[in-house]
Design a protein around this ligand. Structure first.
Ligand SMILES: [Zn+2]
Length: 223
């Protein structure tokens, strides 16, 4: 059988070993500082059936295609797909109706215009949901920011700030809510311990389903 290649070993003060398969289907191992390489190789060999299944799953996920900003192209907002329609003028640069209307004169800057629009929707909607969950759970952030983060949907700072990537606004509301709850719980519980997940679950019993959706579809939430 074909051997499985370890792309990277990241050593740290952690106590356990984690096999991580990244979205581009490479195997990264997080391990305690002194774990011998042959031990890790042996582990990978033992887990090869599981790794192969996971790799196949990753490779079968929808492929990311860069947007061309042409008529009829689909753009997601809050999980709903809208077709881009280039119009002579819609009074503003861009407007969401039944379609996503983009002024003809803005076509050369379409990407920037669309991103600015996404950010403004995210500013309003994500902040509103976050405030609602903050009052529901009592985990109150000092500030809520919409960021340009590429690799993470959300993060929370030690000083009580929570941040969300504007890209999250492309996802369905229930998925946005999951990321919000995840980050709010981090305000009190910084790690991903059992206690952390128990708290997430107590607020959102079906969080696993939402987490899985995000993993399976994250590459479609891109422009
Ligand atoms: Zn987390």
């Amino acid at each position: 059988m074909e051997e499985i290649k370890i792309s990277k070993i990241i050593r740290s003060k952690r106590k356990t070993i984690a096999l991580v398969l990244t979205h581009d289907a490479t195997l990264v191992i997080r391990a305690p500082l002194k774990t011998p390489v042959d031990y890790l190789e042996k582990l990978v060999n033992e887990k090869r059936a599981w790794i192969r299944t996971k790799l196949l799953e990753i490779k079968s996920r929808p492929k990311l295609k860069a947007k061309e900003f042409v008529n009829g192209e689909s753009f997601f907002c809050l999980g709903k797909s809208y077709k881009l329609k280039i119009v002579d003028s819609c009074g503003v640069d861009i407007e969401l109706k039944d379609n996503l209307l983009l002024s003809l004169e803005k076509v050369p800057y379409a990407r920037d215009v669309v991103i600015t629009w996404y950010k403004s929707v995210a500013e309003k909607k994500i902040k509103e949901r976050c405030e609602w969950y903050a009052s529901l759970t009592g985990y109150k952030p000092l500030s809520i920011k919409i960021t340009v983060a590429q690799k993470r949907w959300g993060s929370s700072g030690p000083k009580g700030t929570v941040n969300f990537s504007w890209r999250l606004i492309m996802a369905p509301l229930e998925i946005i809510d999951y990321v919000i709850v995840h980050e709010l719980v981090h305000l009190e519980q910084r790690d991903h311990s059992r206690l952390f997940w128990d708290k997430v679950k107590s607020i959102m019993p079906d969080f696993k389903k939402r987490q899985k959706w995000l993993k399976d579809n994250e590459r479609t939430l891109s422009i």
